[in-house]
Design a protein. Structure first.
Length: 386
């Protein structure tokens, strides 16, 4: 392998949110915030170095190569054709969601999500004054499934204007099948609910079920958000796109973003984006091998050494969703214990909706050495809980 994902890169004192938020504690193992500890791919580093050496960092515009890179990636990696006109830049998926919520609903309207789900969905819906409606996913013990009956009941409420789909799903790691997406799509069309597909984790899919872009089902009645940020570990460069075949939708979202002063991309972000989507495949393919080994190591560890806890193998993402309900303590208390007693920082499940209480989310996008240390600390604390 060309890339060494086992290398431990010291991220302390680099203004890393993941590593530097707990200044009062030295010996920490941060397995929370969803970025990885790996260095970016060589082509990305070279593109950034070249921009840095140029030395002038004035306002930028998006070149043809930017759109070409996004279109190429969709086609090459996901067998899906999109057009340049469908693409609009945004400095992140969350800013895009905020703009979409503002463009397509009014304060007091409702937004449908599938809990447990990415905590910022809750934050961005609430802070825009919209109400959250949850369609809880069903944990069968072997998988998470959609309760379609409940979904339709909730979608049929006239105040529900939007459905934010997480595909693949953070934190449960499901990659939704074509059949599932078609059923969701039919319900949303019937009840005039706009589908917003957050597909930020689309490239981090393991063997088995392939990721199906929602746009391949209905590009006209939906808005998809994509980004190379999770895939290539460049979240701090703040580059993402919204994609829709519906030009009215695109214009509406762009107007809201313009009204908030969001238009210019970051000069470094553009270079990294193009390099990632045109030259990053080798790195990504090797990353997926490493992440799968991390995932399988995690699964065996938990099954052998922590049999009280349950974990379903995620089909995607570097986020493990661990069912700790058998311990009889809430996820907040468990999270506090793990941090206070072992310096292990994880995400507490309750922040992903009530359905997540008793669970914790653990980020395994790190070297095997850090993963092993984190798991040993987890075991140590869990074994003290009677
Ligand atoms: C599902 C999902 N959407 C969006 C984001 C954040 O996107 P951005 O950093 O582009 O705002 C994350 C980050 O963890 C995520 O998991």
């Amino acid at each position: 392998m060309k890339y060494d994902f086992g290398e431990v890169v010291n991220r302390k004192n680099t203004n890393s949110f993941k590593w530097d938020s707990a200044k009062d504690k030295e010996d920490i193992v941060p397995m929370w915030v969803a970025d990885m500890d790996f260095k970016a791919a060589d082509p990305i580093l070279r593109a950034l170095e070249s921009k840095l050496r140029h030395g002038v960092f004035g306002y930028a515009h998006l070149p043809e190569a930017y759109y070409g890179a996004e279109i190429h990636w969709w086609q090459k990696r996901h067998d899906c054709l999109i057009e340049k006109d469908w693409i609009a830049f945004t400095p992140g998926v969350i800013p895009a969601l905020a703009a979409i919520i503002q463009a397509f609903s009014s304060p007091g309207d409702k937004v449908l999500i599938q809990a447990p789900v990415y905590n910022s969905f809750y934050g961005i819906i609430k802070s825009n004054g919209r109400e959250i409606v949850e369609n809880n996913l069903v944990n069968t013990g072997e998988s998470y499934e959609i309760d379609f009956e409940d979904f339709e009941k909730k979608a049929s409420d006239e105040s529900v204007k939007l459905f934010i789909l997480c595909n693949p799903h953070n934190p449960v790691g499901r990659v939704w099948s074509r059949e599932e997406l078609e059923r969701l799509s039919a319900i949303c069309r019937k009840h005039r609910v706009l589908v917003v597909a957050d597909e930020i984790h689309r490239d981090l899919v393991f063997e088995g079920r392939p990721y199906v872009p929602y746009a391949s089902i209905d590009a006209n009645n939906s808005i998809t958000c994509t980004s190379p940020s999770k895939t290539f570990n460049i979240a701090g460069l703040k580059m993402a796109n919204i994609i829709t075949a519906n030009m009215d939708y695109k214009e509406k979202v762009k107007q809201v973003m313009l009204a908030s002063g969001i238009h210019d991309p970051n000069v470094f972000g553009i270079e990294a984006f193009i390099a990632a989507y045109t030259e990053g495949e080798e790195w990504l393919d090797q990353l997926l091998v490493y992440l799968k080994e991390n995932r399988d190591y995690f699964l065996s560890f938990v099954r052998e050494r922590l049999p009280n806890l349950k974990v379903i193998a995620p089909q995607s993402t570097y986020l493990m969703w661990l069912d700790c309900r058998a311990l009889g303590i809430g996820s907040e208390e468990l999270s506090r214990k793990l941090f206070d007693e072992a310096g292990l920082r994880i995400n507490e499940g309750s922040t992903y909706g009530k359905a997540g209480d008793g669970f914790i989310r653990i980020n395994i996008g790190c070297s095997r050495a850090i993963l092993t240390e984190g798991l040993n600390r987890l075991e140590h604390v869990i074994k003290t809980i009677k």
